[in-house]
Design a protein around this ligand. Structure first.
Ligand code: PXP
Length: 257
């Protein structure tokens, strides 16, 4: 059975939008772990739009499952990983101004930097992982650079799933079809099997939702799913009623339920 890591970056993003002390990232990690997830994932971006440096030690103190730090391949981030010692790092590409991570890291094209990062952090006990496209060349390069896990990017699969997205994309060249979905699924399936044969742990993530995850979860041998945006945004709806009721009670001067 695959495990779920919850990416809580969006909780930090909501906090950073107003530079408030809430919503509390540590509380988010506690609730996700309490619900049974197997890990907490955060991305410390160069522009610090999500979590801040001081969030890492705070999370490290409370996370009982496994803390994964997503980070760019830079000197700065390697030093932060060495200092904060998350259980795992996942190397990701980072482009200035991007809304979210755009595809996997080109490990083959940045081989020396990726290897140097793993050479520094792995001996400190930090599990070496990397986020790549479902592509054998990138899997081979990741293995040679010292990765023990690969997270295969599901972004292309998730834009063609669920099908209702087709209406919004109609007219654009990305207009998805059932064949597109099958093609993207098969790429992930084949890359996952190839990476496992090579002895790598295989994780999947990006753009996954309640609707589009089940097909991937049926694949054999997927270790972890890394899911954030759809979980945190859905929490607005599954929790909004109680949030309004609690405030209503305060406004009306009644005791909290
Ligand atoms: N995996 C990686 C490497 C990511 O960068 C992200 C987004 O931060 C995720 C998984 C989670 O994607 P989503 O927020 O779309 O679930």
């Amino acid at each position: 059975m695959s495990k779920l890591n919850v990416n809580i970056d969006l909780v930090a993003r909501l906090r950073e939008m107003r530079k408030t002390t809430y919503p509390d990232l540590v509380e988010a990690a506690r609730i996700a772990e309490g619900a049974g997830c197997s890990g907490i994932t955060v991305h410390l971006r160069g522009d610090r739009r999500h979590i801040q440096d001081e969030d890492l030690p705070a999370l490290k103190k409370v996370v009982k499952t496994r803390l994964t730090l997503e980070m760019a391949v830079t000197e700065e981030m390697s030093a932060i990983a060495l200092e904060s010692k998350p259980d795992m790092i996942s190397l990701v590409p980072e482009a200035p101004g991007e809304v979210t991570t755009q595809g996997g890291l080109d490990v083959a094209g940045n081989f020396d930097a990726v290897k140097a990062c793993f050479d520094r952090t792995t001996p400190a006990g930090v599990h070496p992982g990397v986020f790549i496209d479902p592509d054998e060349r990138q899997i081979d390069a990741s293995l040679r650079a010292g990765a023990k896990s690969v997270e295969l990017c599901t972004a292309n699969y998730s834009v063609v799933q669920p099908f209702q997205a087709a209406d919004q994309l109609a007219g654009s060249k990305a207009c998805p079809t059932a064949e597109d979905e099958d093609r993207e699924f098969e790429l992930i399936e084949q890359a996952a099997a190839y990476a496992r044969e090579k002895g790598l742990l295989v994780n999947l993530g990006h753009g996954l939702t309640l609707e589009n995850t089940a097909r991937l979860a049926a694949l054999p041998g997927i270790e972890d799913f890394n899911i954030g945006h759809s979980i945190i945004t859905r929490a607005v709806f599954v929790g909004l009623e109680k949030a309004v009721l609690d405030m209503l009670r305060v406004v009306e001067g009644a005791p909290e339920a």
